[in-house]
Write a protein that binds this ligand. Structure first.
Ligand code: SF4
Ligand code: SF4
Ligand code: FES
Length: 361
């Protein structure tokens, strides 16, 4: 097949940037990475990009196709050629470009290191020759986070990082959850304290682009939600984001509705609420917000309270509750379109929840 690509070339020394069009003959099974290799071999040896495994494992070949991050070794070209489309290839976003499609990953690795991505075991060493085992149910909490290959596709598309480059970002926080949720780790509270600091979990804008672009089904936004839920479970709620989330829960439990008019005082404090009083009155005058008193109580509020109590009783008010929600969604996905359910969600369904038998001897 004849494949055409437009590639944004960048010269790091001169700062020159230009869009070049390339056309090569490629086999029908070719992926984007194969086409780049053909261009480099046959047309222009100066084209720069990263690659290694060619099988979606090493995470080296992240780049943008038509403005959205992809792994070049995952993108099949045949359907694109059949549509007669000429995709535009560029370097990943939110990281400094070094040359053509190569970005400087140093800020990415620095944030990963800030997560302290290693286990700090919270148990005594087992007797010689023995090992500790973690149940499948315990591992399900971090099943998706463990799939990350550090490709940076999520970081490339992160809205929050675009406005605040210091934001820890989806990949680092997903890695953080991988250790917070690990039953063997003892630094849970310290880790959560770190991730709750400035530029941490509550700065995420919940745009979900990271979930959408991750090629491995890690769903980093869900990992950040788990970190938020765990933070509140451990009473780490000093951030306005945490207070905001807590008020949603209190509000739903007490009235079955979101009590919007009380959201500002409960989240930002009374002083800030007083400062915004004039604005609030004008909203109320134009019927944009309901009056706080008497609060509107849903007819079936008792159901909301029952649900709240059940979650508390079963200890599902942290990450476990979110995992349960994912599993419920996976059921819907599997029933409707079994072929399209993400691999990670199918894996999460393998949940015997049984501890393996103790090692013999
Ligand atoms: S959901 Fe949050 S972490 Fe993910 S891309 Fe959007 S802002 Fe970034
Ligand atoms: S979370 Fe997904 S997109 Fe982000 S670095 Fe890991 S594998 Fe890549
Ligand atoms: S070359 Fe390794 S993930 Fe694409």
């Amino acid at each position: 097949m004849e494949v055409a690509l437009k590639i944004w070339r960048y010269n790091g020394e001169t700062g020159e940037r230009k869009l070049e069009r390339y056309e090569v003959e490629a086999p029908e099974w070719a992926c984007l990475l194969d086409v780049l290799d053909l261009i480099k071999d046959k047309v222009d040896g100066t084209l720069a990009y990263r690659k290694s495994c060619r099988m979606m494992i090493c995470g080296s070949c992240g780049m943008r196709m038509d403005g959205a991050a992809v792994l070049a070794c995952k993108e099949r070209m045949l359907p694109i050629v059949e549509r007669g489309h000429v995709p535009v290839i560029s370097a990943m976003g939110n990281l400094p470009v070094v040359k053509d499609l190569v970005v400087d990953m140093a800020p990415f690795w620095a944030k990963l290191r800030a997560m302290k991505p290693w286990l700090e075991p919270g148990y005594n060493e087992p007797e010689e020759g023995k090992e500790y085992r973690v149940s499948q149910q315990q591992m399900n909490v971090i099943n998706k986070e463990s799939l990350c290959i550090n490709c940076g596709c999520c970081v490339s598309e992160c809205n929050a990082m675009e406005s605040d480059p210091e934001f820890l970002g989806p990949q680092a926080l997903a890695k953080g959850m991988r250790f917070v949720g690990d039953a063997r780790d003892q630094r849970t509270v310290e880790r959560l304290e770190d991730y709750n600091s400035e530029h941490g979990i509550w700065d995420c804008t919940r745009c979900y682009f990271c979930n959408q672009r991750c090629p491995k089904g890690v769903d980093p936004r869900d990992a950040i939600a788990k970190l938020g839920a765990e933070s509140i479970r451990y009473d780490i709620d000093r951030d306005m984001g945490a207070k905001h989330a807590k008020w949603f829960v209190t509000s739903a439990k007490t009235t079955g509705w979101l009590r919007e008019t009380e959201l500002v005082p409960k989240t930002q404090g009374v002083v800030s609420a007083i400062k915004q009083m004039k604005f609030a009155m004008s909203l109320a005058k134009h019927g944009k917000v309901p009056l706080p008193f008497p609060p509107h109580v849903a007819d079936d509020v008792v159901e909301a309270r029952r649900l709240y109590n059940l979650v508390k009783e079963q200890g599902r008010d942290g990450a476990l509750g979110i995992v349960q929600g994912e599993r419920a969604l996976a059921h819907i996905g599997l029933e409707d379109e079994p072929d399209k359910a993400p691999a990670s969600r199918i894996a999460a369904e393998v949940t015997p929840g049984k501890m393996p038998p103790p090692a013999e001897g």
